[in-house]
Ligand binder design. Structure first.
Ligand code: AMP
Ligand code: GLY
Length: 423
């Protein structure tokens, strides 16, 4: 099969690496890809969000399967466009992906179908949302959570610990235009206490197959300090996601969500990402994503023994029951190396050195990398690389990563030294 993968980050490198191992895959393309993906796929220089151009390219070049991995093209309806062009495509429709691209939609769905989540109110008007947030009397002990409605690169959530902080966050989103259209509506919600865990599931709209649970680290700096990022490191599995929690999540959250989407006439097929808080009252949904996580994919896919392409084809066929994904018992750790300044402004084009000295048991996934005019590997994004290793337990996997990570260098590089530490 000729496959086109859409996206160009670390997640897409992990997916490309795994798809390229499939005996069903004769040729892999990736749009736009990055310097690491270029080792396993032929790059197609079209931006992931240029969905019309991608669908056209895929049809003209006879792709047998299009895998849409990143959030923007899903929100822009690339899967629908591919299907309209007679192509097979993996990922949810635009209507189903609304679970991710609108928090107002996802919160409304959870309320309607009694899926456990934080209490909330939705606002389209700045003054009333400020008034409501202040009435919650936010404090360090009892913060309120302010969320921009739309996609915001993982940065649209503010945990406000005072009335002033809440007001600033709301004004920034609704008046300051910080998130453009994504901030026109906001959700103000209850702060949940507990342990956070992410569970990605394959689903064809009916059957739900969870992958090993993982834990991301969203804050930029050690000790969970600094601004939220797309994710700075992941470990899998997660000890506090016990079989009891897993069973409850399946019954109270995973299946009800998939059934709700079907009942709403928006069946969800693809990877459904559940970000959960394990609270004293049971598991609750923090948010949904409509795709693999980044960097969750980099930590989870190395544990998948089965053929990823075959699973994706079963999802697309509406016949996920025919496959039983098999995972190794191992643990995996992934630590992201980011550009100085990320998640704010950062320089690009800085040479990256030392990759060749990593030991062979390491997996290095490229996120924001490119080749300069002389063919040298350079930085090209906020998150630059994800270094991953497996082990018998997360601790062992983490020791492997931290034992090697300083071999790779670029100016201003930083990474968290405490991934998995609180686990
Ligand atoms: P999100 O973009 O919705 O995943 O939120 C980013 C991060 O904010 C999450 O990973 C949580 O750590 C935190 N967060 C979001 N909503 C809540 C909530 N209601 N209570 C506590 N923490 C939250
Ligand atoms: N790592 C969080 C995300 O992919 O949304």
């Amino acid at each position: 099969m000729k496959i086109l993968l859409v996206g160009g980050g670390g997640r897409e490198h992990a997916i490309a690496w795994k798809l390229a191992q499939s005996p069903l895959c004769t040729k892999l393309f990736c749009a736009p890809g990055n310097a690491g993906i270029a080792r396993v796929a032929e790059l197609v220089p079209i931006a992931a969000a240029d969905v019309d151009a991608i669908a056209l390219w895929a049809a003209r070049n006879g792709m047998d399967f299009v895998v849409v991995a990143s959030d923007d093209p899903l929100a822009l309806g690339l899967v629908d466009k591919c299907k309209a062009a007679g192509l097979r495509a993996f990922g949810p429709s635009q209507a189903a992906a609304e679970l991710e691209w609108s928090k107002v939609f996802s919160k409304g769905l959870m309320k309607k179908y009694n899926i456990p989540t934080a209490e909330y109110e939705m606002f389209t008007d700045c003054e009333s949302s400020v008034k409501y947030a202040k009435l919650q009397h936010p404090s360090a002990q009892k913060p309120v959570v302010i969320k921009a409605d739309g996609l915001a690169l993982g940065k649209g959530v503010i945990i406000a610990r005072s009335a002033d902080e809440a007001e600033d966050a709301i004004r920034d989103m609704m008046e300051g235009g910080r998130f453009a259209a994504s901030g026109r509506r906001v959700v103000v919600e209850e702060f949940l206490r507990g342990r956070e865990v992410t569970v990605l599931c394959f689903t064809d709209g009916e059957t739900v197959v969870p992958m090993p649970a993982s834990r991301d680290h969203k804050r930029a700096f050690d000790g969970d300090l600094g601004p939220n990022t797309g994710g700075m490191g992941v470990i899998t599995p997660v000890a506090d996601y016990t079989p009891e929690f897993a069973a409850r999540c399946m019954d109270e959250i995973f299946l009800p969500t998939v059934r709700a989407m079907k009942a709403e006439g928006r069946p969800f097929a693809g990877v459904l990402y559940f970000e959960l808080m394990l609270t004293p009252d049971g598991p609750k949904v923090i948010e949904y994503n409509a795709r693999f996580g980044d960097p969750e994919a980099q930590a989870i896919l190395p544990l998948l023994e089965s053929d990823l392409l075959d699973i994706m084809l079963a999802v697309e066929d509406g016949n996920l029951r025919r496959v039983t994904p098999v995972w190794t018992d191992a643990a995996c750790a992934c630590v992201v190396m980011a550009s100085g300044g990320y998640p704010g402004d950062y320089p690009k084009g800085l040479p990256i050195a030392g990759i060749e000295s990593l030991s062979e048991d390491m997996l290095l996934f490229h996120a924001g990398t490119a080749r300069d005019t002389e063919g040298r590997l350079v930085t090209a994004g906020g998150r630059v690389l994800a270094l991953c290793a497996t082990g018998n337990a997360p601790k062992e996997a983490l020791e492997r990563v931290y034992g090697q990570i300083d071999k790779v260098t670029f100016n201003g590089a930083f990474y968290r030294r405490d991934i998995g530490k609180s686990t």
